[in-house]
Design a protein around this ligand. Sequence first.
Ligand SMILES: Cc1cc2nc3c(=O)[nH]c(=O)nc-3n(C[C@H](O)[C@H](O)[C@H](O)COP(=O)(O)OP(=O)(O)OC[C@H]3O[C@@H](n4cnc5c(N)ncnc54)[C@H](O)[C@@H]3O)c2cc1C
Length: 437
Amino acid sequence: MKKTVVIGASHSGQMVASEIKRFDPDHEVVLIEKEKNVPFIASGINLVLKNKIHDLSDAIAPLVDLDKIGVKSFFGYEVVEINWDKKTIRYTNGKGLQEEDYTNLVLATGSKQYLPRQYMNVKNIYSYKSFSESLDVLKVLENANTIAISGTGYVGVELGEVLTQLNKQVSIIGPTKNLIQEYYDQEISDCIKHKFTNYGTSLFLENQIMDINEENNRLNLQLLEGSVACDVLIMANNSRPNSELYWNGLRISQDKTVEVNQYLQTNQPQVYAIGDLIALPNLLTKNKTRLSLITEARQTARIAALNIVGKKTVMPKQLNISTTQLFGLYFGSVGLTKEKLEQSNIAYKTIRVGNLSSFEKIRISLHVDFKDRIVGVQIVSEKNIQTLLDLLEIVIRSGWKMEELYSNNTSFFPMSPSFTSVLHEAAACYLAQIREE
Ligand SMILES: Cc1cc2nc3c(=O)[nH]c(=O)nc-3n(C[C@H](O)[C@H](O)[C@H](O)COP(=O)(O)OP(=O)(O)OC[C@H]3O[C@@H](n4cnc5c(N)ncnc54)[C@H](O)[C@@H]3O)c2cc1C
């Protein structure tokens, strides 16, 4: 009988285990996980502070009943050793070592938010990802008044927004020019910046922390330009893959991700790596970027499961789809930002349509390349745009031209706003512009 051992039982680990069982119920699956409360939605703190869930344990979201589907799980056990030749792993709960052999091994050990070494022993500096770390940080944040956040990506900005809305005095610090620069153009970043500054939040962009002093239980942050005094500093910018266990035996990239091929196999036979532990090529630029979202982690788990049960499946290239809600507005993006298009020397035109006061309550920017194909989408709306983004992901992936977007048919429902009519409008504007030129 085939046996797969999965290390890590968070979003990707639990999914690969349950999908292998779905496709091959006779397959023996063993899941080993260091923590007890998984998979945990790492933005659980925001959900509690926004009153969307009652307490942090509501952010523990198991996908299936693992016992019921026959996955043998060991929670509270850490894998400490792998013998690649003998195909065995050793794991412990602190009381002696146990050993497991495997036919396939899946590495799903994800990533961790690290505190820079020099700040490890400084009081009132925190990072979080796991349930237990989040429990501590939630208490701290509830009691703090002035909070500095280092990091201008999703984690820092979403936390900053929640704390701002709770009337805490918030400062967000980071080296980038824009907020959530990885996913959004300056236009959207400016819209978010504007909201923050209206609420009195201080943004220290293109800046960084140079030194930290503790004084009377408070922190004094010396920045490249200026300074910030705060009760608490949250480091929301220092994520690294948990790959140390594999440095001896696997090919590891410079960013410490585990290298995988298009089937998510590592350089060791029948060893797969998934989720935050790996980097994958972008469909449009071919540049590899580290995975950092739950949906991406689950996608890699589904592909690895198919490969393990013998259905050879190529991992699709990435299109950086993501969405968020800040200050009551929904933001979403898929494909490349202007910055990435420029860095990759891809010539493009931008078509902007819609506005927030229209019936559809949506504003869309489409970046279109010289072959008339959409290569990037940026959206702001008062409505949830998840379904539209998913549709546009497929449109970009299929290489649709603007003519196809313009000429395709859609469903109709009386008096119901249609996002696709906004897409038709964008395609029409683009085609009219091209004709003029
Ligand atoms: C603060 C924060 C907020 C976030 N918010 C969101 C969000 O809102 N939406 C979103 O899509 N993404 C969010 N993310 C990203 C998301 O959490 C990750 O993409 C996701 O957790 C990746 O899942 P994973 O299974 O690859 O790895 P992880 O979730 O990192 O899990 C890896 C697991 O492996 C275990 N492990 C590690 N080493 C061992 C070992 N040696 N033995 C046994 N077990 C081991 C760990 O304990 C851990 O449970 C957030 C991240 C952070 C830090």
